[in-house]
Design a binder for this molecule. Structure first.
Ligand SMILES: *Cc1c(COP(=O)(O)O)cnc(C)c1O
Ligand SMILES: [Zn+2]
Length: 421
C-alpha cells in the first residue's frame, strides 16, 4: 500500500476505507503517500510519456492497483490570455480552461473519476452525491460510463441545464426543497444508512485528491515552473487546498523548483464565507445563507473553509468576492477577449482577478493563472436580457445590404466616398 487515509489533525492512520472523518477527534481525513516509493516513477520524463489526461499523474493519485481509467478527464488547455491581461492591467496571464474538461465540462470530472475508481474498489453498486450542479452532471455521466446506479441530490431550484444534464444520463435525481447545506447534511445521514458510495461524503478524501491534477497540469504546462499567483474559485474550499498540495508534492519530488506562490480565493458576494473570514482575519468560517446566481459556488458552510483560509493567508495571498452584475460582466469579458465561454463561477474568478489587479495585490509582471472551472452553456440564464435578437431578414443580397446600412452608426455613415484620382 503506497497511500492511506490519515487524520489531518491527530495524524491517526485509518488505512483505506470509505470514510471521511476521524472518529477520535472528528477532523477530516486526508490521503497520505509514501513519497519515497513514488520518487522513481513520478518523473517529468515518465509523465510526458503518459496519456493526455489526468491519468499521466496516476502515481500520485489514490487508485486501486491496476486501475484502468474509463474517462479521459483533465489535461485541459492552459491558454495565454493577452487580451484579457491588457484589460486587467496585467501582462503574464493564463487561463486554465476546465470549461472543456471531459466528460461533463467542469473540473468536477477530475474528482469524480478518482472517487468512482474507489467506489468500484470498495464494492459499491450505487454512487451518489449532494451537488450544486456540476458534481451532479459528472457523477451521473461517469456512473453511466462505468455501469453504476446513480442517485443524485440537489437543491430543487438549480439551473435547468444542470438538471437536464443529470437526468439525460439516466440518474435518479432527488430534488430537495432546501439549500445545498441542507442537502449535504441529509446525504451524510443517508450515507450512515445505505451502502452507497457518496463521492463527496464517505469517499470525500479520495474525491478531493482528483483536484490535485489541476495543480500538476498548471506546473507542467508552464514548462515545469510554478506561477507567482493562482486565482481559484471556492465552494467547499477543496480545490484551492489541493492545488497547494500538488505544488508542494512537485517540489518535494524535485519536478519543479521551490518558489513562493500566492493563493487567491474567489467567491460571489452573495455567498462569501471564506473571503469574509480572510478579510476579517478570522481562521474559521461563519456560515452564511447563500443568495447569488453563482450556484456552483453557493456553499454557505464550506467543509474545507478552515484549510482554504490557512492556504490563502499562509501564502501571502488574499480572497475577494464580486457581485452578481460584476460576475455576469466578467463572463462577457472573458468570452469577448479570449473566446472562452465560462459559467457563473468563471465570472467570479475573472471579476476577482480584476479586483486583485486594481488593488495591486497581483502585479503586472507576475505570472498569474486563473482557474476557469465550468462551462457557460450550463448557466445561460445568467445572461438573460443581455443580448437582443433582431428581426430576421429575407435571404436576398439587397436585404443584407439594406440591413448593413441600417446597422452603421452615425460616424461610419459620415465617411465620404473615396474619390478617384
Ligand atoms: C465545485 C466547483 C468549484 C469549487 O470547488 P471546491 O473544491 O468545492 O471549492 C469551482 N467551480 C466550479 C464550476 C465548481 O463546480
Ligand atoms: Zn484525528
Amino acid at each position: 500500500m503506497t497511500y492511506e487515509l490519515r487524520c489531518r489533525e491527530c495524524g491517526k492512520s485509518w488505512g483505506n476505507q470509505p470514510r471521511s472523518i476521524c472518529d477520535d477527534c472528528f477532523s477530516p481525513l486526508e490521503v497520505s503517500y509514501d513519497y519515497e516509493a513514488a520518487r522513481p516513477t513520478f518523473t517529468r520524463e515518465r509523465i510526458a510519456r503518459g496519456p493526455a489526461s489526468m491519468w499521466r499523474y496516476r502515481d500520485l493519485l489514490p487508485l486501486p492497483v491496476n486501475y484502468q481509467p474509463t474517462v479521459p478527464a483533465g489535461f485541459t488547455p492552459l491558454l495565454e490570455a493577452p487580451r484579457l491581461a491588457q484589460r486587467l492591467g496585467a501582462k503574464h496571464l493564463y487561463v486554465k480552461n476546465d470549461a472543456v474538461c471531459q466528460p461533463s465540462l467542469s473540473f468536477k470530472d477530475r474528482v469524480v473519476a478518482v472517487a468512482l475508481a474507489q467506489a468500484r474498489n470498495f464494492g459499491f453498486d450505487t454512487v451518489s452525491c449532494s451537488s450544486t450542479g456540476n458534481l451532479a452532471n459528472s457523477v451521473a455521466a461517469q456512473a453511466a460510463r462505468n455501469g453504476f446506479k446513480a442517485v443524485i441530490f440537489i437543491p430543487a431550484d438549480l439551473e435547468p441545464a444542470k438538471i437536464l444534464g443529470t437526468q439525460v444520463f439516466g440518474a435518479k435525481l432527488v430534488r430537495i426543497s432546501g439549500s445545498y447545506d441542507q442537502v449535504n447534511r441529509l446525504c451524510s445521514q443517508i450515507a450512515d444508512e445505505r451502502h452507497w458510495g457518496f463521492v463527496n461524503v464517505n469517499l470525500r478524501p479520495y474525491y478531493a485528491e482528483g483536484s490535485k491534477t489541476v495543480g500538476f497540469e498548471i506546473a507542467e504546462q508552464l514548462g515545469w515552473r510554478l506561477p507567482d499567483n493562482v486565482v481559484v474559485p471556492m465552494a467547499g474550499g477543496s480545490l484551492i487546498v489541493k492545488i497547494k498540495k500538488a505544488f508542494d508534492e512537485l517540489v518535494e519530488l524535485g519536478l519543479v523548483e521551490a518558489k513562493p506562490v500566492k493563493f487567491f480565493g474567489a467567491q460571489a458576494t452573495g455567498c462569501s464565507p471564506i473571503s469574509t473570514a480572510v478579510k476579517a482575519g478570522n481562521s474559521d468560517i461563519d456560515p452564511q445563507k447563500p443568495s447569488t446566481i453563482a450556484r456552483s459556488l453557493a456553499i454557505g458552510n464550506p467543509a474545507d473553509g478552515h484549510y482554504a483560509i490557512k492556504v490563502i493567508t499562509g501564502s501571502g495571498g488574499w480572497s475577494e468576492d464580486v457581485s452578481d452584475p460584476e460576475l455576469v460582466e466578467c463572463i462577457q469579458l472573458l468570452a469577448e477577449t479570449e473566446g472562452v465561454f465560462t459559467e457563473t463561477a468563471g465570472g467570479v474568478t475573472v471579476g476577482t482577478a480584476r479586483k486583485l489587479c486594481s488593488q495591486g495585490r497581483i502585479l503586472p509582471d507576475e505570472t498569474t493563472v486563473l482557474c476557469i472551472t465550468g462551462n457557460g452553456l450550463k448557466t445561460t440564464d445568467a445572461l438573460g436580457g443581455k443580448y437582443e435578437l433582431e428581426e430576421p431578414i429575407a435571404p436576398k443580397l439587397a436585404e443584407f445590404e439594406k440591413y448593413m446600412e441600417s446597422t452603421l452608426d452615425a460616424s461610419e455613415k459620415d465617411v465620404p466616398e473615396p474619390v478617384e484620382a
